[in-house]
Design a protein around this ligand. Structure first.
Ligand SMILES: NC(=O)c1ccc[n+]([C@@H]2O[C@H](COP(=O)([O-])OP(=O)(O)OC[C@H]3O[C@@H](n4cnc5c(N)ncnc54)[C@H](O)[C@@H]3O)[C@@H](O)[C@H]2O)c1
Length: 346
């Protein structure tokens, strides 16, 4: 099942990369041939328009960096509310091999949870399980128990793959209490030139994938008559329109994730299953850093629009996610928690 999607992403990305090596460039790109629309220039206004020259395809898998954050974590070092602990919980994180999902999983492990890293890139997830456990042991040499961290394959857009993955996680961990859906991706093409197959893939991963995991985990919790908490990773793009890069299908997908969380929260409130959305702003993951290194002007523009004057660090999401998963938020349901340095306020 990995092979069905991965080559599609890779070949599409390679086509684009070959056509346009620099991520932002002034020359026409072969992808336009699909719809053949000329770039639309000379739009009025300057600071609040998308720019048709910005096209950022998703890079090939082997160019994607992955590493957990380096920072002091540790339980029980300083007094804190015990209700922040996820001890004895089992959490499943989609997109857990890399980027925000990996750092969120690290926060869950540091909070005592057993964690299943679910990703299309199982090899990378497997590597990260060892790194996360080693990091936990370094930070908590006296911990009574070491969280169990496992890696699992799933293409989140494929229902059969999702069911098989959930069954495997339950087999290895006995249960699932918490879900974080971080698998997702973005690309930048103006809407009139967005290839329809890419648009369908994007919605299948970002929306269907979130829906499939949320409903499968909810069925499991309902069968167990157990409470649960889910955090669906949306984006500030679900509420605002980013500039200058055009990304309409992504924005739509994230608006879908945001309202999916609210709708499921209402449907499952009686079953004591809470569903909240967490919407990051611009976060400096290794992948974002790579894109911005090649586009310093884009970074300048983004930062100029953030009231706090800086991009977020992936570790900034740890606390908010743990809050939403833990008992501390037991009366918080269906919200969209924006972690964006104030971007959406202005
Ligand atoms: N990085 C940001 O600034 C930012 C901002 C707002 C929202 N987000 C959202 O956060 C989430 C994570 O983003 P990221 O920056 O960490 O991205 P990333 O590309 O670094 O990581 C995404 C992970 O999802 C996996 N994945 C992709 N498609 C999959 C599929 N079909 N099945 C299973 N796994 C799949 C990838 O293999 C990868 O490990 C995404 O939903 C993204 O839209 C990111």
């Amino acid at each position: 099942m990995a092979s069905r999607f991965a080559p599609l992403v890779r070949s599409a990305a390679r086509r684009c990369v070959v056509a346009r090596p620099a991520l932002v460039s002034q020359t026409p790109v072969t992808l336009r041939a699909l719809h053949d629309g000329p770039p639309r220039r000379n739009k009025p206004g300057s600071h609040s328009q998308t720019d048709s020259d910005i096209e950022i395809p998703f890079p090939p898998e082997d160019e994607l960096p992955s590493e957990p954050v380096r920072r002091a974590g540790g339980q029980y070092v300083k007094p804190t509310l015990q209700t922040f602990s996820l001890d004895k919980n089992v959490g499943l994180v989609t997109g857990g091999a890399r980027g925000l999902g990996l750092v969120i999983a690290q926060g869950m492990v540091y909070s005592g949870a057993d964690v299943a890293l679910v990703d299309m890139n199982k090899e990378e997830a497997e590597k990260q399980t060892k790194i996360l456990v080693e990091a936990f042991m370094r930070e908590n040499p006296n911990a009574e128990r070491v969280p169990k961290v496992t890696a699992h394959f799933s293409d989140v857009s494929d229902p059969a793959s999702v069911d098989a993955c959930i069954a495997e996680v339950i087999e290895q961990h006995g249960k699932i209490d918490n879900l974080v859906t971080s698998a997702g991706f973005t690309e930048n093409y103006e809407a009139v030139n967005y290839p329809i197959d890419r648009l369908r893939k994007l919605w299948a991963v970002n929306v269907d994938g979130t829906y499939l995991f949320a409903t499968s985990v909810a069925r499991h919790l309902m069968e167990r008559k157990a409470p649960g908490s889910m955090v669906l990773i949306g984006s500030m793009s679900g509420s605002i329109v980013n500039v200058p890069q055009p990304q309409t299908p992504y924005n739509v997908s994230k608006a879908g994730v945001r309202h999916l969380a609210s709708s499921l929260a209402v449907e499952w409130a009686d079953a004591n299953i809470r569903v909240n959305c967490l919407s990051p702003g611009y976060m400096m993951t290794a992948l974002t850093a790579k894109i911005l290194d090649e586009n310093p002007e884009l970074k300048k523009k983004w930062v100029s629009l953030i009231p706090m004057g800086k991009m977020g660090d992936p570790s900034d999401l740890m606390g908010p996610v743990i809050f939403l998963l833990s008992e501390n938020s037991k009366y918080v349901n269906g919200i969209d928690l924006r972690v964006d340095g104030g971007y959406t306020l202005t």
